[in-house]
Design a protein around this ligand. Structure first.
Ligand code: KE4
Length: 438
């Protein structure tokens, strides 16, 4: 069946004239998978519909937030109702208190929370807070983990394993990047060595407790516990970046799933239910340094605005209903098991993995535990598979180094259709070229 993208192509050409790369966030431009990104006109439940009339079962879900599916009736009704009372006041509102309590009820590690408008704002603020609280400047992050685009976090590893970081983007000053140490994920020896060398100067570690930004990479057993122990022993803070894993891995986030008590946690995505929301929170003795309670400045015109709070509250309420996560996990496992049975049938070494309602599929034979092993994946094969699935009406992340997401709106029939399409798509993708074995 012809895959008409004439309107998306025209819109993409026009957008590139006035929006950098034609998009408002780089990964949407399909640079790593090629082709024209469909311009989406609307979403409903598990599906999105593009301007050319193509429809897709959506496993991107706006990069995670739409865990209830698109245009959920209860969320939509609540939003319409809230809009009639005004959209933003720049004043305290009861809704913010309600939302803060709802977030804290899900994560016992939280004693105070500050609402912001994106995951980047949340991680940027948490880093500033960790530096102020410890009176130290250095930060540890992990290679392949992404925490938004704040200067201190757009940093790649230095030339030597223990050399401080260098800018990962023009415009990031070297002296800012030089305070960030980028270490391999899932390697506690590297963290211990970093603290041996810089211990007194390290304000904290920021980590994706389950990585979604190099594809799905799970923490090795004991890894997160090790980060908790080493930071506590050295007076540094452990910051869990749960922008992606919060309410995605479990109602209590990755910290609840693995039983870790971080000092600070950052959030985004799901807690906005599709509207712009980020948040950071943690122990009271740390959070009380934040203005106006304390001297650490952080502010935001639209932070905690009523529409985002309404959407987030309704989303958390629905996720808190009995059976929600059993259903999400069951759908995700059905997809992963189905894809893996296809790979087995075709005698292919690739295996999908999942945790909670997020999943990933690496086109490589070995187990992926960090960025170096993630990079053994055959990205060309992934791109051909992605395009073959897109043409068949299934929208996955347009990069091998991203995760996939499930919603409560997906059905068993959607999953079974996806698995059937995957069987044809992987065959088509491989016929173009033999598999590049590492
Ligand atoms: P935002 O500023 O995009 O709301 O959040 C930044 C962020 C922070 N921490 C983690 C773990 C994240 O995954 C993100 C954002 N994730 C990307 C997808 N990998 C968002 C998609 C995009 O950049 O367009």
């Amino acid at each position: 069946m012809p895959f008409d993208q004439s309107k998306s192509s025209a819109l993409f050409a026009a957008s590139r004239e006035v929006i950098p790369g034609g998009v408002n966030s780089p990964v949407r431009a399909f640079r790593s998978v090629g082709g024209t990104p469909p311009f989406i006109a609307r979403g409903e439940g598990a599906r999105v519909y593009d301007v050319d009339g193509n429809s897709y079962i959506d496993y991107l879900l706006s990069w995670g937030p739409l865990i209830l599916g698109h245009a959920h009736p209860e969320v939509t009704e609540a939003l319409i109702d809230a809009t009639r009372r005004g959209t933003s006041f720049g004043t305290p509102t009861e809704l913010e208190l309600e939302m803060t309590r709802a977030v804290m009820n899900c994560l016992p590690s939280l004693e105070m929370v500050r609402m912001v408008n994106s995951g980047t704002e949340a991680t940027m603020s948490a880093i500033r807070l960790a530096r102020a609280y410890t009176r130290r400047n250095r930060i540890i992050k992990f290679i392949g983990c992404y925490h938004g685009h704040a200067d201190s976090l757009l940093v790649k590893a230095g030339s030597g394993a223990m050399d401080m970081g260098v800018p990962d983007s023009p415009g990031v000053p070297a002296n800012i990047a030089g305070n960030t140490l980028s270490l391999p994920y899932n390697n506690l020896d590297a963290v211990a060595e970093a603290f041996r060398l810089y211990g007194e100067e390290i304000a904290g570690i920021i980590v994706e407790p389950v990585v979604g930004n190099m594809g799905l990479v799970l923490p090795k057993p004991g890894y997160l516990e090790g980060l908790r122990r080493i930071t506590a022993e050295n007076g540094a803070l452990l910051i869990f970046d749960e922008v992606m894993t919060g309410w995605r891995v479990a109602l209590g986030g990755a910290q609840g799933y693995f039983g870790i008590d971080p000092d600070l946690t950052t959030f985004g995505k799901v807690i906005g239910g599709g509207l712009p929301v980020g948040a950071y929170g943690g122990k009271r003795k740390i959070m009380e340094l934040i203005a106006p309670a304390g001297p650490v400045y952080q502010a935001g015109t639209l932070s905690g605005n009523p529409l985002a709070m309404t959407c987030g509250l309704k989303t958390i309420e629905i996720l808190s209903r009995p059976g929600a996560y059993e259903r999400l996990n069951s759908l995700t496992e059905r997809l992963v098991n189905g894809v893996n049975s296809v790979m087995g049938e075709l005698d292919l070494p690739y295996r999908a993995r999942s945790i909670g309602a997020m999943f990933g599929l690496f086109f490589t034979e070995g187990e992926v535990v960090d960025y170096d092993t993630a990079c053994t994946a055959d990205t060309k094969l992934y791109s051909r598979y992605f395009q073959a699935m897109l043409r068949r009406g299934f929208y996955f992340a347009p990069s091998q180094f991203e995760a996939g997401f499930m919603s409560l709106a997906h059905t068993d029939a959607d999953i079974d259709a996806t698995v059937a399409a995957a069987r044809d798509a992987i065959r088509e993708a491989r016929e173009v070229a033999p598999i590049a074995r590492p």
